[in-house]
Write a protein of this length. Structure first.
Length: 430
């Protein structure tokens, strides 16, 4: 029987030397901005489509679904090779090159004149961004201990809802003021400029950081080594990939991602379809669920690190997301504000467990395979994202309304909550 997937709280009888807050102030803002820019250049596609790109390039609803999905297909292919290089080589160098390339591809989206080039760009953008999240999670696992990791992961992944919060407003104004083409161009430039800041400010390992005192480097190295000694060894990537716990986590994340990315890519269109709704109002309303998500992510990650229990945060949030999605469907378009409030709760609940979820992976697998496992799990999440973005668009086009999409995303989230419940109730099976 393997050990339970609950991280024990620190033992007060065996105190360790304290670590200063300098790592938080030096690293977290940098990784946050970097992931924010990655998310900006993938999520603004929804505003481009709602703001005239579909009409100008003669993109049908079915083709729109394919374009949204091509990103995730490209994202899937580079996950494991990318994180292997980040683990064995340099996450710093990989992300530097990725910043330059995804910024250029995002700008190119505003220049192309036919849908075939757009298909190529969306696929390549996914390839370039594929290893960014797992590589950053690997990087943070070298810089933060077990009792800090959920908060560090959450502050990284804040780049997702925070970006959509301001991007929803800014993109709405940009599309209204200068059109969808210039929106993509202006929002692609920051990634290229930020690449050089990233290169200057980040190191792969604490030992290479000139700003970290030698005593703190040694304290951090010792703490992480002790954590690794408590984790059962796993010989290689293949052994980790065949593990029942990794497969269950992969299934959970795939189902979860169906709900998340169906929500992210289609929320502006769902809101924009309401009577009397223009693109600027849709932008402001689309931002609100992500404001709730930011608050809930902070609370969930704090609770997870405080108690050492990761799973207890995950399954209730996913269950709440499933229930509120379904209730929003039952409420219907005739009660827009109530339906919108329920959708906002669903968005909040979907984002809350990210930090604890990824912290859990680095705590049940040793460092030599944790990066690969994160990449595999994230790859399954990408397949779920592909299914969510494509099938939600397909259902919308085939039925002429959003009802089937609501039910589909609610069902996927319910199944993900059940999978998370299995982690809690039957961890010995993993």
């Amino acid at each position: 029987m393997e050990r339970a997937l609950t991280t024990p709280p620190p033992d007060p009888s065996n105190p360790r030397p304290s670590l200063s807050a300098s790592r938080w102030w030096r690293l977290i803002p940098v990784v946050f901005i970097t992931y924010s820019l990655a998310y900006l250049d993938r999520a603004n596609f929804a505003f481009g489509m709602a703001g005239g790109m579909a009409k100008d390039l003669d993109i049908t609803t079915a083709l729109s679904s394919l374009l949204g999905s091509l990103f995730f297909l490209g994202y899937f292919f580079f996950q494991i090779p990318g994180v292997y290089y980040a683990t064995k080589g340099s996450a710093r160098r990989l992300i530097f090159i990725s910043l330059l390339l995804w910024g250029g591809l995002a700008m190119a989206t505003g220049i192309i004149s036919n849908v075939h080039w757009l298909m190529v760009i969306r696929f390549l953008l996914g390839v370039v961004e594929g290893a960014v999240l797992p590589s950053m999670l690997v990087l943070l696992s070298r810089w933060f201990t077990r009792t800090e990791r959920s908060r560090a992961n959450s502050l990284l992944i804040f780049g997702n809802p925070v970006t959509i919060l301001w991007m929803s407003i800014a993109s709405g104004y940009l599309v209204h003021s200068v059109g969808w083409r210039w929106m993509f161009i202006w929002e692609g430039l920051p990634a290229i400029a930020w690449a050089f800041c990233w290169w200057r400010l980040v190191e792969d390992h604490p030992e290479k950081a000139g700003w970290l005192p030698p005593a703190e480097k040694e304290t951090l190295r010792t703490a992480i080594q002790l954590e690794q000694q408590a984790i059962p060894p796993v010989s290689n990537y293949l052994a980790a990939f065949k593990s029942r716990k990794v497969l269950l986590l992969s299934l959970l994340y795939a189902l979860w991602s169906i709900g998340v990315y169906g929500f992210v890519l289609w929320l502006p269109s769902i809101i924009h379809a309401a009577p009397g709704m223009d693109i600027i109002k849709a932008g402001w309303l689309s931002a609100f669920p992500y404001l709730l998500a930011i608050i809930d992510m902070l609370c969930a990650s704090w609770f997870s690190d405080k108690t050492g229990n990761r799973k207890i945060v995950v399954w209730p949030c996913l269950l709440l997301a499933a229930v509120t999605f379904y209730l929003s469907y039952l409420t219907g378009a005739h009660h827009f504000w109530l339906s919108f409030a329920l959708l906002s709760l669903a968005g909040m609940a979907m984002y809350a467990p990210y930090g604890p979820f990824f912290a859990l992976i680095t705590e049940i697998l040793p460092a030599n395979v944790a990066g690969g496992a994160i990449a595999l799990i994230n790859s399954f999440g990408t397949l779920g994202s592909f299914a969510g973005s494509y099938l939600v668009g397909y259902f919308n086009g085939a039925t002429g309304h959003f009802d089937a999409s609501y039910i589909f995303m609610a069902a996927a989230l319910l199944l993900s909550a059940i999978a998370a419940g299995l982690l809690r109730l039957h961890s010995h099976l993993l």
